[in-house]
Design a protein around this ligand. Structure first.
Ligand SMILES: Nc1nc2c(ncn2[C@@H]2O[C@H](COP(=O)(O)OP(=O)(O)O)[C@@H](O)[C@H]2O)c(=O)[nH]1
Ligand SMILES: [Mg+2]
Length: 310
């Protein structure tokens, strides 16, 4: 069976932690399956350029103990999700990741619209420290919430299977505890309420990918980093049987086609004509009854009601 390809959108402003998240997800699941190192699933990247970029990032962290510079970008992150099957390594699905610069994430931008329409899922990145400590972040957040809601409205209109992973980044910079948790929940509420109203499929994830140094080498401590991507892919795989290759673009194209073939005026006329025909048919049947044309002729009278003559 050919593995399906899913297009995933990633939205969130520059510096929110998208590159670190991708490098962390890859690191967490990195490596081939072996009996000493069994894995449920892992990401496999065939693209040489992307692979070398991720390696550059990991090398940089290892040598400097610092996060990668913003100059190392991963714009097209094409990966296969592999797993160990009964008879060898299998590909569960493929995914294309589109990392869009924050400033381009405007629903009125035609390039952004096109990407949105071709995608099946979306990772929404929100800085957790920004969400609860930074007043200036409020406007950025309001814009981001609008973009997410705009996508969710289209999804709802088209009744598509589309999922949102809401990733709260840099959670390791926050004090752990219920107060922090409550503040996060409270500040996310405006988005959650709107997503619930649109019956969107979403899940929140708390991402913490600190750089940790041990015995002179540093690494990205990426425990649980891949959870949002694994969840999104599981959601999409679940629904794939019912809607193969169906995304917002095909859904909208179908609607546009129906509207072209049957413009709304024509659709109204057809409906009126149908109602009128049904009413006429009713009147005709009533008339036939009243004229007695529908009464039974003697040879149609049932046997048990026929009079017996001796
Ligand atoms: N402490 C901490 N800092 C992070 C984390 N993720 C990102 N950062 C910081 O945020 C900066 C920008 O992250 P980056 O992934 O390049 O952002 P992007 O522009 O969205 O790709 C990094 O250089 C780090 O300083 C995290 O999980 N924990
Ligand atoms: Mg980046």
């Amino acid at each position: 069976m050919v593995a399906k390809t899913f297009n995933l959108l990633s939205i969130g402003e520059r510096g929110v932690g998208k590159t670190v998240f991708l490098a962390g997800s890859y690191t967490e699941l990195q490596g081939e399956y072996s009996s000493e190192h069994p894995k449920a699933a892992w990401f496999d990247c065939q693209d040489q350029e992307v692979r070398s970029n991720i390696e550059k990032i990991l090398f940089h962290v290892q040598n400097t103990g610092l996060y990668p510079p913003a100059t190392i970008k991963i714009t097209n992150f094409n990966f296969d999700l592999k797993y160990q099957g009964w008879w060898g390594v299998k590909t569960r699905c493929k995914f294309r990741w589109w990392d869009i610069p924050g400033e381009a994430c405007h629903i009125r931008n035609p390039d952004f619209q096109e990407l949105v329409l071709k995608s099946q899922g979306c990772c929404v990145f929100i800085s957790a420290p920004g969400l609860i400590h930074d007043r200036e972040y409020a406007q950025t957040l309001a814009d981001l919430f609008d973009q997410v809601v705009a996508i969710a409205s289209l999804v709802n209109q088209q009744r598509l299977n589309y999922s949102f992973a809401i990733v709260l980044t840099k959670c390791d910079l926050l004090e752990s505890g219920t107060v922090t948790q409550l503040q996060i929940e409270q500040n996310l509420q405006p988005l959650i309420t709107r997503l619930d109203a649109l019956k969107a499929s979403y899940q929140k994830f708390y991402s913490a990918i600190p750089v940790v140094s041990m015995q002179g080498t540093s690494t990205l401590n990426a425990r649980g980093a891949a959870d949002p991507l694994l969840w999104l892919l599981a959601q999409l795989n679940k629904h794939h049987h019912f809607q193969p290759n169906h995304n917002l673009a095909t859904g909208l194209a179908q609607t546009a086609l129906t509207q072209q073939m049957f413009p709304s005026n024509l659709r109204k006329s057809v409906a009126l004509l149908a109602i009128a025909s049904i009413s006429l048919l009713g009147v005709a049947i009533a008339l036939l009854f009243s004229l007695g044309l529908f009464t039974m002729t003697p040879d149609q009278v049932p046997v048990n009601e026929q009079k017996i003559h001796f």
